[in-house]
Ligand binder design. Structure first.
Ligand code: FAD
Length: 463
């Protein structure tokens, strides 16, 4: 029997890789892990965590404005970008240390280097040229922002990576993209006082979300003063003599901005990874092809997380890593379950969503009931804010199961997390109805919408 240096070698120390490496090490497996940049990966270093800290920072002006209605006089407030960056960096460094410690405590050997495959059992540590062998290999290298190669002037643009480290807060920014990263950053920059334009080629932002959420969020963003320009694209970016950028749009306008951020999608990190030499197949987007168990076209090589382009979210990468461990090391073949993934968009107002959109449900089921409430949340009454909240449940009229839940408003992400549990358990609308409300909350609306607002039968709406 062949002997290898490691039972498992993990390439990539992000959400999926660290979880797999740490738990395999804790099982007594001999584990090596290579990370090219910083431990923790996209989520910790330049994704979810710093993004959420920025979201918090960007909400204070609205809190200050709301305070007056509750009797508070807030003094003159100013915002200091370098302070936010420094404090955020300190927190990220702390978390990075925790991730590293977790691996060390599980006796995982860490290589601070890019790694590539030489063949199906051999990995080269590029920093030193050292080659190591492993019985099983897990690829968890994630992705990176698309640099939009066909855009003239793309070299003058930034991505979300750089947005976390700008020396100065721009006075004006143009963001291209309509996905959650573009939308979140538009709200962040606007909240920090930046004149913000969001340019998106589609008809409406957030293409995979429920139409109601998309329209209402768009309207709320526009009401706050964010310039949302749908059905347009950036055609060219020029750098002016003063360093500012001139951004040409397909509609004919040109906008001057200090920064242009591209958030048009992410590309799997599969170039120069030695995949061909190892016999690992990729699809037309460069994502690694895997079967239901996260196994690649090579028996002993597996891939999890963003690099497989299934669902690009941290909890999904972690779940896939844990299923991989069950399959590869615990003799318990386990497929990751990608159904009913709760997710949030940390826009302002926030989105929380689980399950099918109204449109998808109408295509899936013969008859659908839609329960919908739009109201002004109590916290907005004294503050004077006119911002509305949306709650929507989608029910399969036949099985009575709640198959979709969509919320726009304060704490929507927190609510989506909790709604995912009864929905995963297959609860019916009647289960929701016999659940006592918590009063006074916004969430009580979810258990007190007794009558459908409308029905959709064979794709046609019946009021
Ligand atoms: P990653 O976390 O990207 O880790 C891959 C690691 O591999 C990286 O550290 C990289 O340096 C390393 N690597 C790459 N190539 C090599 C190589 N050849 N050798 C060695 N190491 C290599 N998800 C959520 O769930 N909620 C959110 O709110 C959220 N917000 C986000 C905000 C932003 C701005 C971005 C960009 C992403 C966000 N995500 C969010 C998505 C989330 O970050 C990813 O889904 C998650 O990090 C994927 O984990 P992963 O393990 O697949 O890859």
């Amino acid at each position: 029997m062949a002997t290898y240096d490691y039972d498992l070698f993990v390439i990539g120390g992000g959400s999926g890789g660290v979880r797999a490496g740490r738990l395999a090490g804790a099982m007594g497996k001999r584990v090596g892990l290579a990370e090219a940049y910083r431990m923790g990966g996209t989520c910790v270093i330049r994704g979810c965590v710093p993004k959420k800290l920025f979201v918090y920072a960007s909400q204070f002006q609205e809190h200050f404005d709301a305070a007056a209605g509750y009797g508070w006089t807030v003094g003159k407030s100013t915002f200091d970008w370098p302070t936010l960056i420094a404090n955020k960096d300190r927190e990220i460094a702390r978390l990075e240390g925790l991730y590293r410690k977790g691996l060390e405590n599980s006796d995982v050997e860490i290589f601070e280097s890019r790694a590539m495959l030489i063949d199906d059992h051999t990995i080269e540590i590029l920093k030193t040229g050292k080659r190591v062998t492993a019985d099983q290999i897990l690829i968890a290298v994630g992705g990176h922002p698309s640099p939009h190669p066909s855009l003239p002037g793309n070299e003058f643009c930034i991505s979300s990576n750089e947005a976390f480290h700008l020396d100065t807060l721009p006075k004006a920014i143009v963001i291209e993209g309509g996905g959650y990263i573009a939308v979140e950053f538009a709200n962040i920059f606007h909240g920090l006082g930046v004149d913000t334009t969001l340019v998106y080629r589609g008809k409406e932002i957030l293409s995979r979300f429920d139409q109601d959420l998309r329209h209402m969020l768009h309207a709320a963003m526009a009401e706050k003063g964010i310039h949302v320009r749908c059905t347009e694209i950036i055609t060219r970016v020029e750098r002016q003599d003063d360093g500012r950028k001139l951004v040409h749009l397909s509609g004919g306008d040109a906008i001057v901005a200090d920064q242009v951020m591209l958030a048009i999608g992410r590309v799997p990190n599969t170039t120069s990874l030695g995949l061909e030499a190892a016999g690992v197949a990729v699809d037309e987007t460069g994502a690694i092809k895997v079967d239901g168990y996260s196994r690649t076209s090579r028996e002993n090589i597996w891939a999890v997380g963003d690099v497989t382009n299934r669902v690009q979210l941290t909890p999904v990468a972690i779940h896939e890593a844990m299923c991989f461990l069950e399959t590869a090391f615990k003799n318990n073949p386990t497929k990751p379950d990608h159904a009913l993934i709760a997710t949030a968009v940390f826009s302002q107002p926030e989105i929380g969503t689980v399950g099918l959109t109204e449109q998808d449900a109408a295509r899936t089921f013969k008859a659908v009931e839609v329960y919908r409430a739009v109201f002004r949340p109590m916290r907005n009454t004294l503050s004077g804010s006119t911002e509305k909240m949306l709650m929507k449940l989608i029910v399969d009229a036949d099985s009575r199961k709640v198959v979709g839940a969509h919320i726009l408003g304060p704490d929507a992400g927190e609510m989506a997390q909790l709604l995912a549990i009864p929905m995963k358990a297959g609860c019916t609308k009647e289960d929701f109805d016999r659940t006592m409300a918590v009063h006074p909350t916004a969430a009580e609306e979810l258990v007190t919408m007794y009558k459908p607002t409308y029905r959709i039968v064979d794709g046609a709406r019946i009021d």
